[in-house]
Design a protein around this ligand. Structure first.
Ligand SMILES: [Zn+2]
Length: 186
């Protein structure tokens, strides 16, 4: 499946377009956040992780790239979007089939070296947990442990206890989003 990539204005790395925040400058010169990524005009993109959002705001990167001073409110609005970022990355992984679920599928994925991040339900059975921890350690794959309901709602599958992300860029964005608390430091 072809994924269209766009560059983040802060870190300059390329990511799947859908995982980024799109800011659009309309033909009449107004700048706004384009949550559905559909508005006409020139688009600029930023990662949803707090590092990039902070950098965009502090250095007023949008002012530079659009060639126009951007109201502070727009920068604040971008920071608010961060709240849901890890969810949207996992949602995107699901839509683009970059997630595999269940211990059997994971086992196969490990053999093929396809897995970049592990997600596990906090109440998972002991033997499953041991297996996951063993893989995580042996193959040096990071693991995020989530509440059962949260994992089910993120993966969209009731009964999901274990999952793996197979896209390395998405995996690192999810890790970033989880590692950084949503409220900015003061
Ligand atoms: Zn970035």
């Amino acid at each position: 499946m072809a994924v269209s990539l766009r560059q983040c204005v802060a870190c300059r790395q390329k990511f799947p377009k859908e995982t980024l925040i799109r800011i659009v400058r309309s033909l009449s010169g107004e700048t706004s956040i384009d949550t559905k990524q559909r508005l006409p005009g020139r688009g600029f993109y930023s990662c949803r992780n707090s590092n990039c959002l902070e950098k965009v705001r502090k250095r007023r990167i949008l002012d530079h790239v659009t060639g126009k001073p951007i109201p502070e409110s727009l920068y604040l609005e971008m920071a608010c979007l961060l709240q849901n970022s890890s969810e949207s990355y996992i949602g995107f992984a699901r839509k683009s089939r970059e997630i595999i679920m269940g211990i059997t599928a994971l086992e196969k994925g490990f053999d093929q070296g396809k897995i970049h991040l592990l997600l596990m339900d906090e109440d998972t059975q002991k033997w499953t947990r041991r297996k996951m921890e063993f893989w995580s350690e042996k193959m040096d794959i990071p693991m995020i442990i989530l509440a059962r309901q949260r994992l089910e709602s993120l993966t969209g599958r009731v009964g999901c206890r274990t999952a793996g992300i197979t896209h390395s860029g998405l995996a690192s964005s999810i890790i970033d989003a989880y590692a950084k608390p949503p409220n900015p430091k003061r």
